[in-house]
Ligand binder design. Sequence first.
Ligand code: HXC
Length: 262
Amino acid sequence: ACRSYEFIEVSEPRPGVGLVKLNRPKALNALCSPLIDELNTALRAFQASPTVAAVVLTGSERAFAAGADIKEMAPLTFSEAYTKSFIESWSDLTTALKKPLIAAVAGHALGGGCELALMADILYCTANANFGQPEIKLGVIPGAGGTQRLTRAVGKARAMDLILTGRSFSGEDAERWGVAAKVFPDYEALLEGALSTAETIAGYSKVAVQAAKEAVNKSQDLALRDGVEYERRVFHSLFGTNDQKIGMKAFAEKKKPEWTHS
Ligand code: HXC
């Protein structure tokens, strides 16, 4: 999984944990198409990796990502954008990985950068992170899920206010509004927090973790009754795994479970 890339850096800093660092500092990690291709490749490699069980996605202290690449987009015509399905490959990021993805956001997370962060399963940020959907200022609208995911995350009133004005919100706001699960004082603490959560998750049964992620994600698409029914079916299916027997037996015996991930 750790081949070399031009716009990202990939590593396995802890047992069970993959790390992708967006690394295009001169453009504040602006998300040009080749960068998104590399990110898709890296996430697919982590999905296939037997040693990685959870992944952290981060940028730098200054920028998670300042958006899609404005200079790349500027000359696009409608027919080019439409026929090349511009931005569609961003959606692959949400399906490439069945393992949990934690975004660790410091600095700017604007436009496509904010949307990328919202695609993660868990979002952690620094208190002074700078989130926003400023596309309106460029004569367009969010194009990678911002009008949908941000609205689900913060509610319609706040999403309208943010998307129609293009104004930013802080990491503290993000935590208060439920966009971020945790907020940290600085980048170092943020990365440590994200890696440590990833390590915790990597210590559980991979089967149960994948099922939990899948079931929570269903809540975004299904009506409540269908979602609860879906959850119950998946819950039942886990009684067919070795790890259910191992986990519950270990509890009774006051031992640490030795997962087989099967
Ligand atoms: C291309 C970008 C960029 C971007 C920054 N840069 N953001 N290049 N696309 N989105 C480049 C700058 O041109 C500059 O390059 C270098 O990064 C440093 O940026 P500065 O502006 O000099 O830094 P600073 O003054 O600190 O301001 C930071 C900033 C500002 C507030 C984040 O860069 C900014 O407003 N960027 C654009 C944010 C934005 O509008 N994002 C939404 C994009 S639209 P040079 O060569 O001059 O040094 C979008 C649509 C999504 O994301 C739709 C689907 C994905």
